[in-house]
Design a protein around this ligand. Structure first.
Ligand SMILES: Cc1cc2nc3c(=O)[nH]c(=O)nc-3n(C[C@H](O)[C@H](O)[C@H](O)COP(=O)(O)OP(=O)(O)OC[C@H]3O[C@@H](n4cnc5c(N)ncnc54)[C@H](O)[C@@H]3O)c2cc1C
Length: 240
């Protein structure tokens, strides 16, 4: 997974103040934006939100839906993108479809790129099947699988050279080709995503996506991240 990356494209610059303002409007007689100079700073706003909206399982999540963060996720296996896209509420995606792109596969066939830049295979190691039975993925087997990926890339290049469309030729590629995507989330949907996808029975690769998303969340909304880390992270608390 060493090639996988998650970088911030943009984010609400004052997320904790934004959530504070949304909460404050719920019970304020006045138009809260007129009192902007009286809002607490980011740190204090974060503490107040946790105390009034989240602590003790209060569950007042509405104000957490306003701040947005947009992340660029790169080099993830296709299976991660497929799993991530099952989440429909508060999350948007844009994904390389392999309908308009494919030159990177051609570059493997031409020997200009490393096979592992484009295709993902799990590292050598010990794994379990879904029933808990152990098995070993050996270096020898992995080398054979890399050779199979190279062969598939060559087949893809031959298909395109024969005039096939990218959307047709992609059907013959190994399943876990790497894809880049853009994901946007709000503070609430970010935590929901982590609830479901960082838990230990989620697939390894999507757990890795969560691990790479997490530092951005911590830097962006530190008070909420602290609360989340102690109450929910990795605890498999699921939404209804
Ligand atoms: C470990 C794991 C394994 C999985 N394996 C598979 C699999 O093998 N095959 C497969 O197809 N999927 C699989 N899924 C996906 C799963 O079935 C859900 O589709 C996915 O998790 C999205 O559900 P969500 O609760 O996150 O909904 P989201 O779309 O993120 O919505 C968030 C919340 O909004 C509410 N909500 C959203 N839509 C509705 C609705 N239509 N009606 C009522 N309430 C709604 C719910 O409270 C929901 O929890 C897996 C998920 C996990 C976490």
């Amino acid at each position: 997974m060493d090639r996988c990356r998650v970088e911030v494209i943009s984010q609400t610059p004052n997320p904790q103040q934004t959530m504070y303002a949304a909460m404050h409007q719920d019970y304020s007689e006045n138009f809260v934006v007129d009192e902007r100079s009286e809002w607490p700073d980011e740190v204090k706003a974060g503490e107040t939100i946790v105390k009034r909206l989240l602590a003790g399982e209060r569950g007042h999540y509405g104000p957490l839906e306003h701040p947005q963060i947009v992340l660029n996720c790169g080099f993830f296996p296709h299976s991660v993108m497929q799993q991530a896209r099952t989440h429909r509420v508060g999350i948007s995606f844009d994904v390389q479809s392999m309908r308009y792109t494919g030159s990177r596969v051609m570059e493997i066939a031409e020997g200009k790129r490393d096979v592992e830049d484009i295709f993902y295979l799990r590292p050598v190691g010990d794994y379990r099947d879904r029933q808990g039975k152990r098995y070993h993925y050996s270096e020898e087997q992995r080398q054979r699988d890399l050779a199979w990926c190279l062969e598939a890339a060559r087949g893809y290049a031959a298909d395109l050279e024969a005039g096939w469309s990218e959307e047709h030729a992609r059907g013959k590629l190994p399943f876990d080709y790497r894809q880049h995507f853009v994901i946007s989330l709000n503070v609430r949907s970010f935590m929901h995503f982590l609830d479901l996808r960082s838990k230990k029975d989620a697939q390894l690769e999507i757990q890795q996506l969560c691990d790479l998303m997490w530092p951005h969340f911590q830097a962006w909304v530190p008070a909420i991240a602290d609360w989340y880390e102690t109450t929910r992270l990795h605890k498999a608390r699921l939404s209804p």
